[in-house]
Ligand binder design. Structure first.
Ligand code: 1HN
Length: 361
């Protein structure tokens, strides 16, 4: 087999490149080895070297183009009619941050996106339209703007649309994380839709009413609730704001939880909803998690201190933007504003690598 590793270049080298050393490197290369001391400064850098860049997808600007895909290909043909949000710094590698995939999915009235399952886990955050539904593990859930829906790893799922007008949602998947480990699996269901085996609302009734069925064991890593309606999450923020406990960096930020553990609703992706009050000017915040934001209410901007200088992304409802790993940033709101977001925080926490710096210290 051809060797894919390169001989180390002199950049990042620890010592002088003598002819004797070079000859040695060539010899060990033939034996599928390389000298750590020649590469370690690039292999493990003093600070993260991040390729993704802060970026915003302007929904009003891209909406016509997204809807055009509905005239080009059916949901069934495409399986999933998704426009991938490609981070401009990541070279078309189908990632929005180093570890996350994101896309905007369109479904038109009467369409079905056929049932399948895959090892990456997915989340949906509904951006526009009503009347569509998703079925996960045999349970149907309607989709309304602002709802957050989980499709766990390896769960059968299909989507459909019985209403009028286009329905669009943001898909977030942990594909790059799963790919880094290797075990990508995908399987089509033999029919377009898996049978409805559970009445709609069943998981909400079992686990979403501050109770749980006595004697029932839930030992899966994701939340047994797979739809978190916007109405309820938004109301929580509205009631909590009366306490005025504003976090200097994040305003009022809540994370979606698995009610059986109190931990993250998804095992690999953290999910959040936050309220920034009118005139909020956040303190500088820096975290190792790359974050994807979906703006739902109000307008504002984020200032991100990237390597090339400060980038300002001005957002309005339905815009999607991302803030990469370890870039200091500040959130600023004009009027009251609400942001949904997701990141790889919970995965990093499990690996013991998550960090944050609050303020300028
Ligand atoms: C997928 O199955 C969905 O089920 C959305 O809606 C986006 C991106 C890559 C691979 C599978 C869906 C996806 C996906």
């Amino acid at each position: 087999m051809a060797k894919t590793t390169e001989l180390p270049s002199s950049a990042g080298s620890a010592g002088a490149r003598t002819a004797e050393r070079e000859a040695y490197y060539a010899r060990i290369h033939e034996r599928d080895m390389s000298p750590l001391w020649e590469v370690n400064r690039r292999l493990v850098t003093p600070e993260p070297v991040i390729d993704s860049v802060p970026h915003l997808w302007d929904y009003d600007g891209l909406r016509d183009t997204l809807l055009e895909s509905g005239t080009l290909i059916t949901a069934k043909e495409a399986q999933r009619r998704v426009l991938i949000l490609e981070n401009p710094g990541l070279d078309g590698t189908h990632r929005i941050t180093e570890s996350l995939f994101a896309g905007l999915q369109l479904i038109m009235p009467g369409e079905i996106a056929p049932a399948h399952r895959h090892s990456p886990a997915a989340l949906r955050f509904i951006v526009e339209g009503e009347g569509a539904y998703t079925a996960v593990g045999g349970e149907k859930s309607s989709m309304k703007p602002g709802d957050f829906i989980i499709t766990p790893a390896w769960a059968w799922h299909d989507h459909g649309h019985d209403g009028d007008g286009p329905v669009v949602w943001l898909d977030g998947l942990d594909i790059p994380m799963v790919a880094a480990f290797g075990p990508l699996f995908f399987e089509m269901y033999p029919d377009d839709q898996a049978p409805e085996s559970v009445p709609p609302g069943d998981s909400q009734a079992r686990y979403g009413a501050n109770m749980r069925p006595v004697g029932e064991v839930w030992n899966r890593p994701e939340s047994p609730i797979f739809c978190y309606p916007y109405e309820r999450s938004r109301e929580a923020l509205e009631i909590m704001r009366r306490g005025a406990e504003w976090d200097p960096c994040a305003g009022l930020r809540m994370t979606y939880v698995n009610p059986t553990t109190g931990g993250s609703a998804m095992p690999t992706i953290s999910t959040f909803l936050q309220l920034l009050p009118k005139g909020f000017a956040g303190a500088t915040y820096r975290t190792t998690e790359g974050t994807v934001y979906a703006a739902t209410e109000g307008t504002g901007r984020v200032e991100v201190d990237a390597a090339e200088g400060t980038v300002t992304l001005a957002w309005k409802p339905r815009d999607i933007f991302c803030v990469p790993c370890w870039m200091p940033h500040r959130l600023i709101a004009d009027g009251d504003a609400v942001l949904f977001s997701f990141s790889d925080r919970v995965a990093q926490e499990k690996l013991g690598i998550w960090r944050e710096i609050r303020g300028n210290s």
